[in-house]
Design a protein around this ligand. Structure first.
Ligand SMILES: Nc1ncnc2c1ncn2[C@@H]1O[C@H](COP(=O)(O)OP(=O)(O)OP(=O)(O)O)[C@@H](O)[C@H]1O
Length: 251
């Protein structure tokens, strides 16, 4: 039985009267690939911000690797091995792709040589090696998203939280992003992925957690989730349900 790596325990996050996360609890086990889905404004990014130390929850606790990280700062959490990407990618655009990734590697080492070695490995893994000398600002959206993942990987995370890395990508770029996620997971990195591109995320998720209007409304295998009436009503809709049913019946 795999160990619990991340434990979110009764987390509530309020902004004035608005309850963005209401008493949310879930666990992620070591080695899992879990997706976090739900309509706009459901509270997905807010829970990411709470977990990664950018917000301090109004109440509740968060544990990573059995350590209470609820009041820790983002850089402390990152050095423990829990790293997230941002929905809006902001690379250091006047620096090259390589230099951007090296900034991530410096979390683990102060040696330039070692940081370059880490960056080279990560750039190879993310298929960015041929673009290593390009300015980050000149990359396509798909490559900027890949660079965001590469920077996070250079910090050598145990667990990676990806916030909408497939948004704005075309079909073949989405396929590559999915393959990268599966590949990272196979290499032992635990993944928690916020995503709206259901056709991409459902097939690769081992488990799915659903938020709606600040509440956790469901949690289960992709098959359980696509058949869950509450989830269909709140988010997936009949169209997606019909599509999945159809493709299942063809299997
Ligand atoms: N810093 C903040 N101050 C005030 N309200 C906030 C803040 N951050 C988020 N919210 C509100 O909290 C709610 C949840 O937002 P959040 O961004 O977490 O949703 P989401 O599920 O990530 O949505 P999306 O899929 O559109 O990214 C929204 O009503 C949002 O307006």
């Amino acid at each position: 039985m795999a160990e619990v790596l991340l434990e979110v325990k009764n987390v509530t996050m309020k902004f004035g009267n608005l309850v963005a996360n209401n008493n949310i609890s879930f666990e992620i086990k070591e080695g899992e690939l879990v997706s976090l889905i739900g309509p706009n404004g459901a509270g997905k990014t807010t829970i990411f911000n709470c977990i990664s130390g950018f917000y301090k929850p109004t109440s509740g606790k968060i544990f990573f690797n059995h350590t209470d990280i609820t009041n820790k700062k983002p850089h402390e959490i990152a050095s423990m091995g829990l790293v997230r990407t941002f929905q809006i990618v902001k690379p250091l655009k006047d620096m090259t792709v390589m230099e951007n990734v090296i900034t991530g590697a410096f979390l683990r080492t102060s040696s330039r040589k070692e940081a370059e070695d880490i960056a080279n490995r990560v750039l190879k893994l993310t298929n960015l090696l041929p673009k290593k000398d390009m300015l980050a600002g000149s990359l396509t959206i798909a490559d900027k998203k890949r660079l965001e993942i590469a920077k996070a990987l250079a910090t050598r995370p145990k667990m990676l939280m990806l916030d909408e890395v497939m948004a704005g990508l075309n079909q073949s770029e989405i396929k590559e992003a999915m393959e990268l996620c599966v590949n990272l997971n196979k290499q032992g990195i635990t993944l928690l992925i916020v995503e709206h591109v259901m056709e991409a995320i459902m097939p690769i998720s081992q488990r799915v957690i659903v938020l709606s209007a600040g509440e956790k409304i469901a949690e289960g295998t992709p098959e359980e989730i696509v058949n869950n009436e509450k989830v269909i009503t709140a988010y997936l809709g009949e169209r997606y349900y019909a599509k999945v049913k159809q493709s299942n019946s063809r299997l």
